[in-house]
Design a protein around this ligand. Structure first.
Ligand code: TYD
Ligand code: MG
Length: 453
């Protein structure tokens, strides 16, 4: 008799457990174990076949390895090309994750609708009609894009054979199901099994595949963590649904750097690339209020101007609130502690709120100086001129530290018409004929003296 073996898998990290328990031993997530079938005859046969195939490859010296005929498909989307490095590498498996409604399906549909070669868009979530409506909104009239509404992976491969597309989109990996795996779609074994099949498919046919991946409520990609290890590129599409800006970031890239970002705007006719973000992110205001400061941060190789807003008010309750939107709240606490210890500000009885406008979240520490400036400006209720731009990191002893690619940042500020660039005294700035005046400070006290006298 065919004996079915079952085991418990953590739906968060994919770890296997022999019995049910409340908390996963590996990732410590509560209530994430689910019983799944681990082996039956068909699965074992499938696994055995794979093992035989795998053992066929031989070890080779680097010089013996033939260069593969990797080609790069130009996606005609400059922002995506920038994030991926050069373009879509043939045979790559790319995972695109993001919150529901951020625009993953729109982005991928838009990309394939603008290609000059055949593409297959497989959706397990929306009907062909719904996708047609979306395609009409995007206003692209490509006849190269085939739409398929399917969730069974075997049927998808049949269609791929028939259509012979140059690129395949799967929306989403959590809806796929393989007949060889007897668990429901979205379970650890289905996600793992289907992704493995796509890896084999990509490497065998050299066709690039995009997988859409859902994320959990705490921002992780739903399904086993191993999914991120399996694919070649992990892209994350982020943005506030109430805001028009969307950012495409590479979290992992086997073919290039992960530091570049792509900026899009969600409009009524789909997503449009923002090639000059600095002119859009900070419009000139008649009156620049207190609590505002402009930071020059670096995202990838591009300097970006970001407006930081702070509100410091007396705490109503015993424990003051510290809330930050788009900025790491632990870093905010650190900056507040530095202000208290090194500059004598008693912020222990004050609520502090930080907001980065545009729905953008910033990790570059060069934003520190602008955050501190915005807090001080709100504290004193004195506005800082919007012709100033700040870029430096703050150390624990209150020292203002230099940041990378300073010349590039100054050049961008000068191009945008900022009069003053405030940075660390220890920055090594090359002499140039930029119109922007450099203001160097080495300690928070010097910054306070300069700004508020
Ligand atoms: P969608 O691509 O369905 O998101 P995801 O696949 O990540 O869940 O995007 C849905 C949102 O995008 C929806 O709230 C409406 C908005 N949208 C526009 O604003 N303009 C458009 O042209 C399209 C197609 C969508
Ligand atoms: Mg979608």
């Amino acid at each position: 008799m065919n004996k079915i073996k079952k085991s418990f898998f953590c739906q968060n990290c994919g770890a296997q457990h022999v019995k049910w328990q409340g908390q996963c031993n590996t990732c410590k997530e509560w209530n994430s174990l689910l019983e799944e079938i681990v082996s039956n005859e068909s699965q074992q046969n499938w696994k055995a076949q794979n093992q035989i195939n795998n053992s066929a490859s031989n070890a080779l010296q680097v010089s013996q390895i033939r260069e593969s005929d990797e080609t790069i498909l130009d996606s005609s989307d400059q922002e995506l090309n920038r994030v991926l490095g050069t373009g879509i590498i043939s045979g790559s498996l790319i995972l695109l994750s993001g919150e529901p409604g951020v625009g993953k399906s729109t982005l991928l549909l838009q990309i394939v609708m603008n290609l000059n070669f055949k593409a297959l868009y497989v959706s397990g979530e929306e009907s062909q009609n719904q996708i047609k409506l979306r395609a009409e909104r995007i206003k692209s009239s490509s006849n190269n894009c085939y739409i398929l509404n399917e969730t069974l992976i075997e049927n998808i491969f049949d269609q791929i054979k028939k259509i012979e597309p140059a690129i395949v989109i799967i929306d989403s990996i959590q809806t796929l199901k393989s007949i060889n795996i007897e668990n429901s779609p979205g379970s650890v074994s289905q996600i793992k099994g289907c992704t493995e099949q796509f890896i084999k498919f990509c490497k065998k046919t050299n066709i690039p595949v995009f997988l859409v991946g859902h994320i959990t409520k705490d921002g992780q990609i739903a399904g086993p963590k191993i999914l991120e290890h399996m694919v070649d590129v992990v892209l994350h599409f982020e943005g506030d649904r109430n805001n028009v800006y969307r950012i495409l970031r590479a979290k992992k890239n086997r073919y290039g750097s992960t530091s570049e970002i792509g900026i899009y705007m969600m409009e009524s006719i789909g997503l449009s690339a923002v090639s000059n973000p600095n002119e859009l992110l900070i419009p000139y205001k008649e009156e620049f209020l207190s609590g505002h400061a402009i930071a020059c941060i670096l995202e990838g190789s591009r300097p970006l101007m970001i407006e930081v807003q702070a509100l410091v008010s007396s705490a109503v309750y015993g424990t003051p609130q510290r809330t930050s939107n788009g900025f790491n709240s632990k870093r905010l606490n650190m900056l507040l502690a530095v202000l208290e210890k090194r500059a004598g500000f008693t912020l222990g009885t004050k609520d502090v709120f930080i907001n980065i406008t545009g729905g953008i979240s910033v990790e570059d520490p060069s934003i520190d100086l602008a955050v501190i400036t915005a807090i001080l400006s709100s504290y004193h209720d004195i506005s800082v001129s919007q012709e100033h731009c700040f870029s430096a990191e703050i150390g624990l002893s209150g020292e203002i530290r230099p940041v990378s690619k300073i010349d590039q940042r100054i050049k961008e500020c000068s191009k945008l018409g900022y009069k003053n660039f405030v940075t660390s005294k220890s920055s090594k700035i090359q002499k140039s004929n930029n119109k922007t005046e450099i203001i160097s400070v080495s300690k928070i006290e010097e910054l306070i003296n300069y700004l508020f006298g």
